[in-house]
Structures are given as structure tokens and as C-alpha cells.
Design a protein around this ligand. Structure first.
Ligand SMILES: C[S@@+](CC[C@H](N)C(=O)[O-])C[C@H]1O[C@@H](n2cnc3c(N)ncnc32)[C@H](O)[C@@H]1O
Length: 195
């Protein structure tokens, strides 16, 4: 299939730029699908930092990782604190916004302020040529607000610093996710984020 669905497309883009041995970030570990993908991609000499605010998510991620836990650090922290735990350069980062699938509490969702702060900090840590992928879901309560704030933020990034794409399948039902991908074009000083 030439036109990949959104989640395979995120993995395709990340796989184009992440090298074995690099450090990468899963900003929303959830059930660990992306964490496992990243752990396999960076190989035994690389490292994945995976963030989630729910212990149940980290438990599910750890179970999915199996022996690959040894190349992963699971952090029960909000992703906007990434700068306190991760040193650059990083090879790439992935976000999968919204709530934890199959959770008892679907009210725990990613929020505009912390999502944007995390992306902003990660842009500073990212290697030149690195990619940040953000799978955006807007079908749940709070989703449209996060989507709009995120789009406003990424559109303001300078085109000489970061290339920004939006990728989506336009004829799918039931609020499918769309992808925002950021490619860092050069090293630049990331300014302090002001609201
Ligand atoms: C859509 S799920 C992620 C799915 C995951 N990529 C997977 O492969 O299963 C979104 C996750 O983001 C987490 N989350 C919400 N707010 C967060 C925050 N501020 N920092 C880190 N994770 C957060 C939720 O707990 C939830 O597990």
C-alpha cells in the first residue's frame, strides 16, 4: 500500500532518521507499542526514555518490552519534564495524544500546555535532521482544544528551523488520527516558550 495509514506512516518516518545506538523518546508510552518499536530500532547500544503519567501504562509497556526493558527507562512523569531526564542529542521522538486505550479512566488525557512544552523542549534536544512525530486524536472531549493549540504552535515555528507536515487520510470514518511531523533543519536556540 503506497498511502500508509497514519500510525504506520509515523513509524516509517522515524525509521528513516533514527540510527542504531541513538537515544530516543516516547513521550506517551501508553500500552508500549511505540516504545517497543523504538527499542527495536535503536538496538542494544541505544536507549529509549518513555514517559507516562499512569503507572498502569508503564506496567503495560514494561510487559510488552520483555527483555528490551534493559535498553529503556520508563518514567512516571509528565513529558513536559523531559529536559530534566534526557540529554541531547536525541535521534527522534514520538507522541500519541489522547487517552490510554482500554483504560478504566478515559479522563486522563494529554493536555495542550504540557504537550506543547514537551515538543518545544524536545526540539532543542533533537539532532539536526531528526524527526518528532505527533499522532493527533480529536474525537474525545478536550481533543479539539489540544489539536487547535498544537496547530497554532507548529505553524509559528520558523521554516528555516523546522519543517512541519500534516498527513491524514481524508475519507475515513470515526475520527481517525492525523499526523504532525517536525523535521529539525538546523541547530538553533529554542526560545523560552511564552503563553
Ligand atoms: C494514546 S495513549 C498512547 C498510546 C501508546 N503510544 C501506545 O503505543 O499504546 C496516550 C498516553 O498519554 C499519556 N499521557 C497523558 N498525559 C501525559 C503527560 N502529560 N505526559 C506523559 N504521558 C501522558 C496517557 O496516560 C496515555 O497513556
Amino acid at each position: 500500500m503506497m498511502l500508509k495509514r497514519v500510525l504506520p506512516m509515523t513509524k516509517h518516518l522515524i525509521a528513516q532518521t533514527v540510527e542504531p545506538g541513538e537515544t530516543v523518546v516516547d513521550a506517551t508510552a501508553g500500552n508500549g507499542n511505540d516504545t517497543l518499536f523504538l527499542a527495536e530500532l535503536v538496538g542494544e547500544d541505544g536507549h529509549v526514555f518513555a514517559f507516562d503519567v499512569q503507572q498502569a501504562a508503564l506496567d503495560a509497556t514494561s510487559a510488552r518490552l520483555g527483555t528490551l526493558n534493559d535498553r529503556t527507562t520508563l518514567l512516571l512523569e509528565s513529558h513536559d519534564k523531559v529536559g530534566q531526564f534526557v540529554e541531547g542529542p536525541i535521534g527522534g521522538a514520538m507522541f500519541n495524544l489522547g487517552y490510554l486505550p482500554y483504560s478504566d479512566d478515559l479522563s486522563i488525557i494529554t493536555k495542550p500546555k504540557t504537550t506543547i512544552q514537551a515538543i518545544h523542549t524536545l526540539l532543542g534536544l533533537l539532532k539536526k535532521g531528526g524527526i518528532i512525530t505527533i499522532s493527533v486524536y480529536d474525537g474525545h472531549e478536550g481533543g479539539p482544544e489540544e489539536r487547535d493549540a498544537l496547530l497554532a504552535y507548529v505553524k509559528k515555528l520558523h521554516q528555516a528551523d523546522v519543517h512541519v507536515i500534516r498527513y491524514e487520510l481524508l475519507n475515513q470514518r470515526n475520527n481517525p488520527p492525523f499526523l504532525i511531523a517536525l523535521e529539525k533543519m538546523k541547530d538553533f536556540d529554542v526560545p523560552t516558550l511564552v503563553e
